[in-house]
Design a protein around this ligand. Structure first.
Ligand code: AMP
Length: 392
């Protein structure tokens, strides 16, 4: 059994050093944090620990420095942002291992917060090096896993370290797992999954696993065209993955065998030139020269109806090329309909869907926004995630 954050808080933490793996992999622009969603997501864990008098040491990666020091990938802007959000001094050392780190930790007082430097400056991190993991673990009394966005990685700070310390999940990880487990195992029904995006190849495993639990599956984005092509429906010049057509056939058969409702858009926004929105037309049947770029209005209305009649909705992936305003109606309509679905539990995952709820100004109306795109999809595929299994 995984030890939860509540299990850790039931202990006396005064004078104890708690190492917390957080996911502060936030985008930077001009030396500042451009989007602090991930930093905000771990504030609850940090605050609960400082309130209990723990000495909190935060470990994170930022981007992919490739196992060496990269001045543009230091965590100083993250420290500044975290300090402002917490309203509490956040100390920082310019390394994540070695004598400077050791003395910084020894000098901590109860309730202090210390941020270590980008853990991926060391190649031992991604190699899950045993000595590196042991050395990191020697700095603390307890380990807390709160980096949901990195739990699908078997690295020293997400996995190795937890083998050498009493390890617990953090508040954010507990919340992520509560919502995603609910989708897989005990949803309030009807459960609708809305899955979009460019390539069906990257989401097939998720579709297959989710099909077992959902009542309704709505698909959108270019992945739809491979399924339509498998049914012998002409999709013009739309993006199709021909190699995946046999798999698409067996998926459609499984939908029937399991008696699930699969909704594919019945009309489309189609263009003759991808870069020229002036050529856009709403079609039910594609001409040979047309490319599908968004769900059409009849489909959008039907999807809104399906959301209204659901009690749980999980959404991952855009319904069209939403980066182009003229092709974004399907995606933003889903974001707004989820915001209006007060009767339903709404869970959103994946960078593009999160960007869409943010741009639509409705992020705070979702019940849960998953901070881990890759991790949430792998979880929903039914995979064992090393950063979670190591806590058991
Ligand atoms: P993914 O990374 O597979 O979730 O795909 C996200 C991308 O899918 C976004 O950048 C969208 O622009 C793209 N996308 C969605 N619908 C379409 C479409 N009909 N044709 C081409 N790309 C699409």
């Amino acid at each position: 059994m995984r030890k939860s954050f509540a299990d850790l808080l039931s202990q006396s933490l005064k004078g104890k050093v708690v190492l917390v793996r957080v996911d502060f992999n936030a985008p930077l622009k001009d030396g500042r944090v451009a989007d602090d969603t991930r930093i905000k997501a771990s504030l609850g864990t940090i605050q609960a620990l400082t309130q209990k008098g723990a000495r909190v040491v935060l470990i994170s990666h930022l981007s992919r420095p490739g196992g060496r020091v990269d001045e543009s990938k230091r965590l100083s802007p993250i420290r500044d942002n975290l300090q402002a959000l917490l309203g509490h001094v956040v100390q920082k050392v310019d390394d994540c291992i070695g004598p400077n780190v050791e003395s910084a930790i020894q000098n901590l007082n109860d309730s202090d917060v210390l941020l270590l430097e980008n853990i991926r400056f060391y190649k031992e991190e991604e190699a899950n090096d045993a000595d590196f993991s042991k050395r990191l673990a020697s700095y603390g009394d307890y380990f807390v896993q709160d980096a949901f966005g990195a739990v699908h990685r078997q690295h020293a700070s997400t996995y190795g370290i937890a083998q050498y310390l009493p390890a617990f999940s953090g508040l954010l990880l507990d919340k992520e797992l509560d919502y995603l487990t609910q989708v897989l195992n005990s949803p309030t029904r009807p459960l609708t999954a809305i899955i979009g995006g460019a390539k069906i190849s990257s989401k097939f495993s998720v579709l297959e696993n989710l099909l077992q639990t959902v009542d309704v599956m709505v698909l959108g984005g270019a992945m739809v065209y491979t399924l339509l092509a498998a049914q012998g429906i002409s999709v013009g010049q739309s993006l199709v993955e021909p190699d995946l057509i046999p798999k698409a056939h067996s998926f459609l058969e499984r939908v029937n065998t399991l008696g699930k409702t699969l909704y594919l858009p019945e009309d489309h926004v189609a263009v003759t030139s991808f870069d020229d929105p002036r050529t856009a037309k709403v079609v039910e049947v594609f001409n040979d020269d047309q490319i599908g770029v968004d769900a059409g209005p009849a489909s959008v209305a039907r999807i809104q109806g399906l959301i209204e009649s659901s009690k749980t909705v999980f959404w991952n992936g855009p319904l069209g090329v939403f980066e182009t305003p003229e092709y974004s109606n399907g995606t933003f309509s889903v974001a707004r309909s989820l915001a209006d679905a007060h009767h339903a539990t709404t869970i959103v995952g994946g960078g593009d869907s999160i960007a869409a709820v943010n741009q639509a100004g409705v992020a705070d109306q979702m019940d849960h926004i998953s901070t881990g795109g890759g991790a949430s999809l792998e979880f929903l595929e039914g995979k064992v995630l090393p950063g979670i299994s190591v806590l058991s």
